[in-house]
Design a protein around this ligand. Sequence first.
Ligand code: KG4
Ligand code: ZN
Length: 393
Amino acid sequence: MRYLGHMRILAIETSCDETGVCLLETRDDGTFHVLGNALYSQVAVHAPYGGVYPNLAKREHSVNLVPVMIECFAAAGALSRATSDIPDVESVHTILEREPELFAELASFLSQHGKPQIDAIAVTHGPGLEPALWVGVNFARALSQLWNVPIVPVNHMEGHIIMPMMHLLPDTKDVFDLDDAQYPLLALLVSGGHTELVLSKEPMHYEIIGQTRDDAAGEAFDKVARLLGLPYPGGPEISRLAALARASGESCRYVFPRPMLYSGDYDFSFSGLKTELRKHVQSLDELTDETRMHTAWAFEDAVVDTLVHKTAKVTDEHGVQTVVLGGGVSANTHLRAQLKEALDARSITLLVPPPALSTDNAVMIALAGALRAAHNDYADPATLTAHGHLRLA
Ligand code: KG4
Ligand code: ZN
């Protein structure tokens, strides 16, 4: 893995419903310092709809991106006063044509504040909700032109892979170094939009060897939560109820099928399980606290069992040395514990992200951006586009 030396990277994440901005400094000794990190979650905005609305997400990013950036710079002590040579915001008018709120906020920012000391801008350009991704991409293009700094495009899923590979230095809250992971490495990526098994035989080279054929794991959690009358996002709620149920000392009342367990490949499918859950909920006389808890428990067991079984199968068949667990569902404590147990039995190292950095954030984009910059993976801002279905390999 190559390091950058001393560099400051501004990272922008807008792929789904979190607006994230991070200011990261890489040092000559190979350490990564988070100078500022701010995140605005749109969860409350989308909750009434039970899912993320792409155009609403786009508008929210557009309104909130500059305030989030200001919060990040302020935390980093990087907010300076405007000097006499204020860049001409009109020169980026066409870039931000479709984000009028963002353009107005940026104009106001530039009239008050000067350029912070940054050497590159890392931005998520996919995968995700395309209208949401475009906000971050266009913002990065505008800043790149105004401040004359290059852009490093980042694949959101690579961010989820890199995050667990970083470890916090002892006695710090925000200084990381890169784990000395052994290859072949396998990433189990489980988020609201993805469920993938990614094999990496050397750093930053990926091969998707298994994926979901329908719903993503996080999506299944969210949909089942909705069936149980739980608020969006459902993953944390189901996980909380399942943990309560497990601690009750009772045994689980229900059991659901483990989809595709013996399909002979590394693919997943969660839509059948969701249908089973719907039938089960309809068959209940009443959805009580008890039945809800036991249903959450049985559902979580089925999903976790399937994920762990398939992951272990790949490690056995590909001589995997290290497993990284990434994406929002990696916050699930039962998944972490079960996976650890299966991998410990095989003497395979499991790397997980710090819980607070499991779901979407800009720190992971900054870290992946730093590694990409070390490979000179810069993009031409004029032709940079957002790709909703961007793939890792
Ligand atoms: O990676 P992420 O923040 O956003 C995407 O890129 O999709 O993942 C969000 C997903 C949601 O579906 C949410 O329900 C799920 O992660 N999630 C969880 C937990 N925390 C978040 N699922 C299960 N257990 C959790 N504790
Ligand atoms: Zn994500």
